[in-house]
Ligand binder design. Structure first.
Ligand code: IMP
Length: 185
């Protein structure tokens, strides 16, 4: 069976059901792209995707952002192979771009406790950019305990473990076309 757009997913022995459809994601990403176009017109921002999870969201977003911009990546790990955050951020790849005096837009797949995003925003501010903005496809608002400003949100979601569209469970499920949530009970 195709592991791209199924109704139900078995990933690492756990069952996940459709939570946010491909159509809903497409519509929202297109809208976010238009908003960014308007807000950053003439500012030539640098989008920094947080690997691994943000790679699909950032790629789709770039199909809707029509202003001049740059793209770079950094890589962090806070989840390991578990379904809960390890509480520690490990930096696995630094950015290459020179961000001093530039408008930086950090692109995340999901903000959960906010630990990773707080770490990145604090770090970015040391490079003296003109501005730092944050966009995340998903935000588990009730789970966020670190104080971090999020400027653009795709979907606010309850505290559920989700999978697909770049998000993994122990490295699997990233290529699912839509977002699935762990079946409860
Ligand atoms: P935070 O530091 O607790 O905000 O966690 C952020 C990172 O944890 C994200 O970039 C994801 O890699 C991972 N993460 C958080 N929630 C989920 C989830 O529901 N599914 C898959 N990965 C998640």
């Amino acid at each position: 069976m195709s592991f791209y757009l199924p109704d139900k997913v078995n990933c690492n022995g756990e069952i996940f059901n459709v939570f946010i459809t491909k159509e809903q994601i497409d519509a929202r990403v297109s809208l976010l792209g238009k908003k960014l176009d308007k807000d950053f017109e003439g500012k030539k921002p640098i989008f920094i995707g947080i690997l691994n999870g943000a790679f699909i969201f950032l790629a789709d977003l770039m199909r809707h952002v029509t202003i001049e911009c740059e793209v770079d990546f950094m890589k962090l790990s806070s989840y390991g192979d578990e379904k809960v955050s390890s509480g520690q951020v490990t930096e696995l790849k630094e950015i290459d771009a020179k961000v001093k005096g530039r408008h930086v837009i950090l692109v995340e797949d999901i903000v959960d406790t906010g630990l990773s995003m707080k770490y990145i925003v604090d770090k970015m501010k040391h490079y003296n950019p003109a501005s730092v903005s944050v966009i995340t496809l998903l935000h588990k608002k009730d789970a966020t305990k670190h104080n971090v400003q999020i400027d653009y949100v795709g979907f606010e979601i309850p505290t559920k473990f989700v999978l697909g569209y770049g998000l993994d469970y122990a490295q699997e499920g990233r290529n699912l076309a839509q977002i699935y949530a762990l079946k409860e009970g």
